[in-house]
Design a protein around this ligand. Structure first.
Ligand code: NCD
Length: 463
């Protein structure tokens, strides 16, 4: 049986696949659009006749659920939804894992939204049909990113080398986490403008720099023009310090192509927000914003002045409308409805699954993210203590579910009975003794389990 294709992260999709989704969405827009409103799909086809989409939503939603349902209806399929955990068996204490196993027998594709990071991945391990992540805690919201990128293209932007400012709650906004990975993969220059204390999580920053080869530009190089920008990430296929720097100077002078605004994610914080920035026409009056497309995943609260709605730069309602053709394209590719394009065969990009998965004994090592599904008292027992082993210069363990990294741990070897706290040894350990690998939270735990320090270190200690 062919492996099921789930979309729990934007990184589950290769660049080619994302482009295939865009080209199909474009085709739907061209063929089915409202004659009076270019971004609105107004007609239906019958391609998905006989197929059913189910939305299992454990958190509020307007756009994501309604546009998924609309997309399936426009494709000629049917949709069923469990939109409120208070009226489903979740209220009786049923786990996500059981619900997904049951719903897999009712529908052909399941869209999950859940307050816990990693919930979509957990669902994917139990489903017999494809799972699409409709937003899991603060982790990711990959289909929103597809809408965001598609909007930029529709607004005439070139993703490669575009200058984009991302503003607001960079920590709590799952839309931003999926978005920055994709922007980096498409080669954009990303300028971060976080609200106070709401910077990008450190593991997301680490992935941008280490896995997506982004370079941060020293503040001094851009702060004259962009005093409010906190960090500037540059993606370069052929990194060369000098050309990179001159490139930035040119790019910043060129102006800001897009600005992505988000609301304060109050449901993910215990504190209230203070001084949350507001974007209005005064902020955007600088010349460098004259051609800026304004994006927002919505809902907006107060961070984006409603007076901007009639501004030609405001693209956020079109962005929400593109949710329909984009999700039609995604469903079509997932269900294999389009004869030319399919997600059934994977063709490139990078996937978390490319990394070795460790699910052996990991004494004392737990995902560091308290909102991860593994820490949920009811759902956590359906998850195992699994990590992707990320090797390289600075090896780390990445939670299989929510993709938060554990940076310090001790690696031991069952055969040699030695441990090594120096994680750079991990790479060799993986290469040579994959099955003999055993992980501990620290050296003391390894010693308590009967492992001794590596020989070279003992020698050094005796000397
Ligand atoms: C976003 C979400 O749910 O993460 N909404 C959406 O799907 N468009 C953004 C948000 O809630 O702020």
């Amino acid at each position: 049986m062919q492996e099921l294709r789930h979309v729990t992260s934007i990184n589950d999709l290769s660049v080619d696949e994302i482009e295939a989704i865009f080209s199909l969405a474009q085709k739907y827009l061209r063929d089915l659009r409202d004659p009076h409103i270019a971004h609105r799909i107004a007609r239906s086809i019958a391609d998905a006749r006989g197929s059913i989409l189910a939305c299992l939503f454990y958190e509020p939603s307007t756009r994501t659920r309604l546009s998924f349902e609309t997309a399936m209806l426009r494709l000629g399929g049917k949709s069923i939804s469990s939109a409120d955990p208070a009226t489903s068996s979740a209220a009786k204490g049923e786990s996500l894992a059981d619900t997904v196993r049951v719903a897999s027998n009712y529908a052909d594709v399941l869209v999950i939204r859940h307050p816990r990071d990693g919930a979509a991945k957990l669902a994917a391990t139990y489903a017999n049909v494809p799972i699409v992540n409709g937003g899991d805690g603060a982790h990711e919201h990959p289909t929103q990113t597809l809408c965001d990128l598609f909007t930029l293209l529709q607004e005439g932007k070139n993703l490669n080398k575009m200058n984009i400012v991302i503003q607001g709650d960079l920590k709590g906004s799952r839309t931003i986490h999926s978005f920055v990975y994709a922007l980096a993969r498409f080669g954009a220059n990303i300028m971060l403008m976080p609200a106070k204390g709401m910077e990008l999580p450190s593991h997301v920053d680490w992935r941008l720099r280490n896995e997506l080869k982004c370079y941060t530009v020293p503040r001094a190089r851009y702060e004259k023009d962009n005093a409010s920008v906190d960090a500037l990430y540059v993606t370069s296929n052929k990194p060369h310090q000098l050309s990179l720097i001159s490139d930035i100077d040119v790019k910043v002078k060129k102006g800001i192509d897009a600005m992505y605004v988000t609301r304060f994610q109050k449901e993910r914080w215990t504190e209230k927000s203070q001084d949350y920035p507001t974007i209005d026409s005064r902020f955007l009056k600088d010349r460098k914003y004259s051609k800026t497309s304004l994006l927002h995943p919505l809902p907006r609260v107060n961070e984006l002045d409603i007076a901007l709605d009639s501004d030609r730069r405001a693209a956020y309602f079109r962005q929400a409308a593109y949710g329909v053709p984009i999700r039609m394209a995604l469903i079509s590719l997932i269900l294999g409805l389009d004869s030319e394009r399919s997600l059934q065969r994977y063709s490139g990009g990078f996937r978390a699954a490319d990394h070795f998965v460790y699910d052996g004994h990991a004494s004392g090592i737990r995902c560091a993210n308290k909102n991860c599904i593994v820490h949920d008292s009811a759902e956590g027992k359906y998850a195992s203590n699994r990590f992707h082993v990320i090797d390289g210069h600075d090896p780390r363990l990445r939670c299989f579910y929510c993709e938060t990294d554990v940076e310090t741990f001790t690696v031991a070897n069952k055969k040699t009975k030695h441990y090594d706290s120096d994680a750079t040894q991990l790479r060799t350990a993986i290469a040579k003794h994959e099955r003999d690998l055993v992980l501990f939270a620290n050296a003391a735990d390894a010693e308590a389990a009967g492992y001794s320090p590596p020989k070279r270190r003992r020698k050094a200690a005796n000397a």
